[in-house]
Design a protein around this ligand. Structure first.
Ligand code: HEM
Length: 330
């Protein structure tokens, strides 16, 4: 089998894990001149980078992508804990953690089962994967039944709007979605910061949790009768065929890492595979428990509704994403 072309092609490769394992040993930290990124593969160096105060989640010169400035999409982006460091992050992160901790395991399971039962009969496999986590989170956040479909659509539109290289039409839609989602939060009495991070709960759950459910479905199909129960399967997949393969950092000052000098302004790609499935350091995922519960409960419900192979048949490949691993079913 051909090796992945590079670290951004690896998440969508059929089986990139032997390549990752070799990279960790042969090239724990190296500059990829094609990608214009320092690729950090050694788990110890990844941990150091995640903890480093001068390695930031956004380029210091562009805290909000230029194309989003002055628009509702940019206003939400500017307030996300995921996209901020330093004082802003330290001040607001505890509220995000507290909000995530509020959802009891039984409530997450119930919201996910309801979402899966609602969506499975009317969506094909690939659309279903992307809709379940968002609808489950929307239910947990108290969105009324009649607004669930619209909310899922808005979250997808907003997520496309903050992606790289968006066109004018996508941005327009994303702005409309951002306005509508902010208004939902404000109707619940939330301040703008909390309303923006309420959106993040649905947006963050989208690709990552779709990937976790999808990779768990693949493992279940592969193992057939031999597959362990959904809880064990999802825990195994979260570590060994994870949904998020990498994350980026930007040097805010000259930094020494693994004996190399990373210059201020340089970008880094931290490989999270195996050792850091939910990140680490100040930005570690506060939704890890919720994500695992959504995946377990979605898989259990899907198995009850119909044989998995009737809905998901075969894996055709992976969505062409540079950071998330989401199977495409035929
Ligand atoms: C399989 C599913 C998920 C995976 C693999 C995942 C993974 C991650 C990772 C790797 C980060 C760190 C990014 C970085 O440091 O650059 C992160 C951040 C975050 N995740 Fe998740 N996530 C998942 C699901 C969720 C869910 C369901 C929620 C919400 C309930 C959530 C909320 C967040 C938030 C708010 C942050 C930003 C935290 C901060 O910057 O302080 N995630 N996630």
């Amino acid at each position: 089998m051909e090796e992945p072309r590079d670290a951004l092609a690896a998440p969508s490769h059929t089986d990139p894990y032997a390549w990752y394992a070799r990279l960790r040993v042969r090239s724990p930290l190296a500059y990829d001149a094609q990608l214009k990124l320092w690729v950090v593969a050694g788990p110890y160096l990844v941990e150091q980078a995640l903890q480093h105060l001068q390695l930031r989640v956004r380029p210091p010169a562009e805290p909000v992508p230029k194309a989003l400035l002055g628009r509702p999409t940019g206003d939400v982006f500017a307030q996300l804990v995921r996209m901020n460091d330093g004082d802003f992050h330290a001040r607001h992160r505890p509220a995000v953690e507290a909000a995530a901790a509020r959802f009891a395991p039984a409530a997450v399971a119930q919201a996910t089962e309801a979402a899966t039962r609602d969506l499975a009969p009317r969506l094909e496999a690939n659309a279903l994967l992307s809709a379940i986590p968002v609808q489950a989170m929307a239910r947990l956040l108290g969105v009324a039944g009649a607004s669930l479909d619209r909310t899922v659509e808005w979250v997808h539109e907003f997520t496309r709007g903050i992606g790289p290289g968006v066109d004018a039409d996508t941005l327009e839609r994303s702005d409309t979605a951002a306005r509508a989602l902010l208004a939902q939060g404000e109707r619940d009495g939330l301040q703008p910061f909390a309303a923006a991070n309420r959106i993040a709960f649905m947006q963050q759950s989208l690709d990552a949790t779709a990937g976790l459910i999808g990779n768990a479905v693949c493992a279940a199909l592969r193992q057939g009768e031999e597959a362990p129960d959904a809880g064990e399967l999802v825990a195994h997949v979260a570590r060994h065929d994870p949904a998020v393969h990498n994350t980026r950092r930007f040097a805010a000052a000259d930094v020494e890492l693994g004996g190399e000098r990373i210059a201020a302004g340089d970008a880094l790609l931290l490989l999270l595979v195996n050792e850091h499935p939910f990140g680490g350091g100040a930005h570690a995922c506060p939704g890890d428990r919720i994500a695992l519960q959504i995946a377990v409960s979605a898989l259990r419900t899907l198995q009850v509704l119909e044989p998995l192979q009737d809905k998901f048949r075969a894996v055709r490949g992976y969505r062409p994403l540079p950071n998330a691993r989401i199977p495409v079913f035929s």
